[in-house]
Design a binder for this molecule. Structure first.
Ligand code: ADP
Ligand code: LRH
Length: 490
C-alpha cells in the first residue's frame, strides 16, 4: 500500500512513493524532473503545462511499477498563481515570482495602504514578489488577464485542479499571498479592495489534510488508473518541509535549505508585533494551523545561478565539484549579504558579487573556488544572524539547528553553518518537503494521530547527520566583519 507525493521546488520536482512498513517510512523516488522557467519576450514564466505533464509521468511510473497509490498530494513553491476564466480555463502561463513586472510595486502599494496595516493584517514579510504585489502589478499594467479572470488558484491548487476538476484554495499557500488574514481566518477583503482585485476570485480555504477530490474521469481513463483520491497537504513546500523536521522538542529551530533558505521556528499563533515587522519576519500557516515564524534568506539560488553562468560559458561543474573547489579556497576572503536586492533576479552572479565587493571595499573573489566559498560562508553567517533574531522574536533559546532540504547534501555548508551558529546542526532528511507531504496524507488517512507522531516516525526512519561546531574564534571574528560589511549592525 503506497501513497504518492509530488514536490515541486523552484529548481526541480520529484515524485516519491511512500510506504509505512513495520512502523517506519520507506520512500522511493520514482520520477525527478527539472523545473526550468521560460523567458519569452520580456516575461519570465513557469512552464505549467510541462509540470502537469511531469505529474502525469509520475503517475504512469507508479502504475508501471505495479503500484496504485491510495492517495496523492502536491506541494510547490509559494506565492505564484494562475487565473481561470468563466469556463474554468487557465488564462496565460503563470508568471515567475522573479519576473520584473513587480519592480517598485511593493513600495507603491505599501505607501498607499500602509506598511503597518498590511503587516498587522497578515503578519507576512515584505517581499517584492508576494502575490499581493503580483496582482497589483497586473492591475497597474491593466493586464487583459484581469478582465477575463474569475478564479484564483495557486500553483499546487492549479495542478490539483487539472487532476481533479475541483477548484480549492489550500491554507498554507494562501497565507503566503500577503492578503490572507490569520486573525479573521480568511482572505482580507480590505487588502483586495486596496489593490482593486475582486474577492469573488477566492474560494473557501482547505486545511492541510482536507480531501480535495479524486482524479477526474478523463485523467483516470487516459492514464489507466482508478479515480485516486487527492489530499490537500501543506501545499506550500516550506510548510511540508517543516512538517518533516524530525524534532523531539516542541521548541526547535529549522532551516529548510534549497533554492531558498527558510529559517525560523514553529509557533502556535502568529507573532505580529513591532519587532517582527522591523526585522521583516513572516508568519506562514502550517499543518494543524501552526505558524512558521521565519525569515527568507536568498539561499542556494545564488549558487544555482552562478553554476548556470559557468554552464553558459561552457565550464560545466556539478554541485559536488563546486563544493570541493570551495573547500580548497582560502577562508573568509570576501563576504556578501545574500539578501541584497542585487541577487534576487536571474542572471550572471559573478559580476554582481564583484559589484557588491567594490561597494563594500573588498577584494572580489576570483575563480570558482573563491566565488563559491564566498557564497557559502556568507550564507552560513547570515544564518547566525537570523537564528539569533528568531530567538529574540520567539523568546526561545535553541540548542542546535535542524536542516532539511536538498542543500544538506552540501556537507561544507552544513559544517560552516554549525561553525557560524556555534551550535550543532542536525541535517536530514534531504527530501523534507516530499516526506512532509506524505506525512500529512498519512495523518489525513488516520495512520498518524498528529504531526508529532509523524515527526517521531520520520526521526526513526531517516538518518540525521550531526555537525558539531568547529573553529569558534575564526568564525566569531568573521561574523563581526560580515555584519559590519552587510550593515547588520544592531
Ligand atoms: P528546491 O526544492 O528549492 O528546488 P532542493 O531542495 O532540491 O531545491 O535543493 C537544491 C539545492 O541543493 C541545489 O541548489 C544545490 O545547491 C544543492 N544540492 C543538490 N545536490 C547536491 C549535491 N550533490 N551536492 C551539494 N549540493 C547539492
Ligand atoms: C521555497 C519557497 C519559499 C517562498 C519562495 C517563493 O521554495 O516556497 O518559502 O518564499 O519559495
Amino acid at each position: 500500500m503506497s501513497i504518492l507525493a509530488f514536490d515541486l521546488g523552484a529548481s526541480s520536482g520529484r515524485a516519491l512513493l511512500g510506504r509505512l512498513t513495520g512502523g517506519k517510512i520507506e520512500v522511493e523516488e520514482i520520477h525527478r524532473f527539472g523545473n526550468d522557467p521560460v523567458a519569452t519576450c520580456s516575461r519570465l514564466q513557469w512552464d505549467i503545462l510541462r509540470l502537469y505533464h511531469e505529474i502525469q509521468q509520475g503517475l504512469l511510473k507508479a502504475k508501471h511499477r505495479g503500484e496504485t497509490p491510495e492517495s496523492i498530494g502536491i506541494d510547490s513553491w509559494a506565492v505564484d498563481f494562475g487565473l481561470l476564466d468563466r469556463n474554468g480555463e487557465l488564462l496565460g502561463n503563470p508568471y515567475h515570482y522573479r519576473d520584473h513586472h513587480t519592480d517598485g510595486v511593493m513600495e507603491r502599494v505599501a505607501a498607499r495602504l500602509g506598511e503597518q496595516t498590511i503587516f498587522g493584517k497578515t503578519g507576512i514579510q515584505f517581499l517584492p514578489f508576494n502575490t499581493l504585489y503580483q496582482l497589483a502589478a497586473l492591475k497597474e499594467a491593466d493586464s487583459p488577464l484581469l478582465a477575463s479572470a474569475e478564479r484564483f488558484l495557486m500553483i499546487p491548487d492549479l495542478l490539483r485542479y487539472f487532476l481533479t476538476g475541483e477548484a480549492l484554495n489550500e491554507f498554507s499557500n494562501a497565507t503566503t499571498t500577503q492578503f490572507y488574514n490569520p486573525l479573521t481566518g480568511g482572505w482580507d477583503a480590505d487588502l483586495l479592495v486596496g489593490i482593486g482585485i475582486p474577492s469573488s476570485w477566492f474560494g473557501p480555504i482547505a486545511d492541510p489534510g482536507a480531501s480535495a477530490g479524486q482524479l477526474r474521469s478523463s485523467v483516470s481513463e487516459t492514464l489507466g488508473l482508478p479515480r485516486i483520491p487527492v489530499i490537500a497537504v501543506a501545499e506550500h513546500d516550506t510548510g511540508s518541509a517543516v512538517a518533516a523536521v524530525p524534532a523531539t522538542e516542541r521548541s526547535f529551530a529549522y532551516l529548510s535549505c534549497g533554492t531558498w533558505s527558510l529559517m525560523g521556528t514553529e509557533v502556535d499563533r502568529p507573532v505580529i508585533n513591532e519587532l517582527s515587522q522591523k526585522y521583516n519576519f513572516t508568519n506562514e500557516g502550517g499543518v494543524g494551523r501552526t505558524y512558521r515564524l521565519l525569515k527568507n534568506i536568498m539561499g542556494l539560488w545564488i549558487l544555482q545561478e552562478t553554476k548556470r553562468e559557468w554552464d553558459r560559458a561552457g565550464r560545466e561543474y556539478s554541485f559536488p565539484e563546486l563544493v570541493k573547489l570551495a573547500g580548497e579556497a582560502p577562508a573568509f576572503g570576501a563576504f556578501i549579504d545574500p539578501d541584497d536586492g542585487l541577487f534576487l533576479h536571474p542572471g550572471d552572479m559573478t559580476p554582481r558579487i564583484r559589484e557588491y565587493c567594490a561597494r563594500t571595499g573588498q577584494r572580489a573573489p576570483e575563480g570558482p573556488g573563491e566565488v563559491v566559498r564566498c557564497i557559502l560562508e556568507s550564507l552560513a553567517l547570515k544564518y547566525r544572524y537570523v537564528l539569533e533574531l528568531t530567538e529574540t522574536l520567539s523568546a526561545q533559546q535553541f540548542g542546535g539547528l535542524h536542516m532539511v532540504g536538498g542543500g544538506i547534501q552540501n556537507a561544507l555548508l552544513c559544517q560552516w553553518s554549525a561553525n557560524a551558529i556555534k551550535r550543532p546542526v542536525w541535517a536530514g532528511p534531504a527530501e523534507g518537503s516530499a516526506i512532509g507531504n506524505l506525512a500529512v496524507q498519512w495523518i489525513a488517512r488516520g495512520e498518524f494521530s498528529d504531526i508529532w507522531e509523524a515527526r517521531r516516525v520520520i526521526r526513526d526512519s531517516f538518518p540525521v547527520t550531526v555537525y558539531e561546531p568547529q573553529d569558534g574564534e575564526a568564525w566569531e571574528e568573521a561574523y563581526g566583519t560580515f555584519r559590519r560589511l552587510a550593515g547588520l549592525a544592531d
